[in-house]
Design a protein around this ligand. Structure first.
Ligand code: SAH
Ligand code: MG
Length: 206
């Protein structure tokens, strides 16, 4: 059972997660083994709330990591730039206040643990096996590959690797998430589960 209040808060939150994909992501947490969930790419907390909607009833935590300076496409002049997210003091994107507001307003501070860091730096300090790993950070090839390489080893056997913005056809979107999805499948260590939209779900078998 998903937490209905958190699900509603996730749907209302600003971000990049269609409702049907968010629900599929939450249901994947219910299907995962017990344990913590980790997300790369918090942005304003939308997908973190979907994850929390499943983590709360299970008594699990959601760790969401972001440096909060935005991906390439969020920078000034790019497609997904939001001038309201620029910190006037630094001139840099800062999504941390927005994340905090989203999580707080949803009453999810007991479930969502926000970490401000480059994901690869946190990975080097991490030791707890993850029940579900959700990769939704920068979509350059270098960054997507680094996220997979640094975080996939932390996924528990039986855990679920979720990758967002996977588009087989370049006409539908960038190819970096698709390439790491293919890379993960190519290892033979994963079985693909039923995804939704651009969300791919892989269970780690060994
Ligand atoms: N999951 C969000 C969307 C994430 S957008 C939602 O549901 O709306 C991608 C995020 O990844 C951005 O906020 C960006 O700051 C972050 N990001 C990009 N590269 C990163 C890195 N190397 N480490 C941590 N976060 C990163
Ligand atoms: Mg995404």
């Amino acid at each position: 059972m998903l937490d209905a209040d958190l699900l509603a808060a996730a749907e209302a939150a600003t971000g990049f997660m269609p409702a049907d994909e968010g629900r599929a992501l939450a249901e994947a947490v219910l299907a995962a083994p017990a344990g913590p969930v980790l997300e790369v790419g918090s942005y304003l907390g939308k997908s973190a709330l979907y994850l929390a909607a499943a983590a709360r009833p299970r008594g699990s935590k959601v760790i969401t990591v972001d440096h909060h300076r935005g991906s390439e496409e969020h920078q000034p002049g790019w497609e997904y730039h939001d001038p309201a997210l620029v910190d006037p003091a630094t001139g840099l994107i800062d999504t941390l206040p927005g994340l905090r507001a989203t999580v707080s307003a949803a009453g999810a501070e007991d479930v969502v643990i926000a970490v401000v860091a480059r994901a690869e730096d946190l990975a080097g300090l991490w030791a707890t096996p993850l029940a579900l790993l959700f990769l939704d950070g920068s979509h350059t090839d270098e960054s997507a590959r680094r996220d997979l390489a640094s975080w996939a080893p932390h996924l528990a056997v039986g855990g679920i690797l979720a990758i967002h913005d996977v588009f087989a056809d370049p006409a539908d979107g960038g190819q970096a998430p698709y390439r790491i999805y293919r890379q993960a499948l190519g290892t033979g260590a994963y079985t693909e589960l039923t995804g939704r939209g651009s969300l791919r779900l892989l269970r780690r078998d060994r």
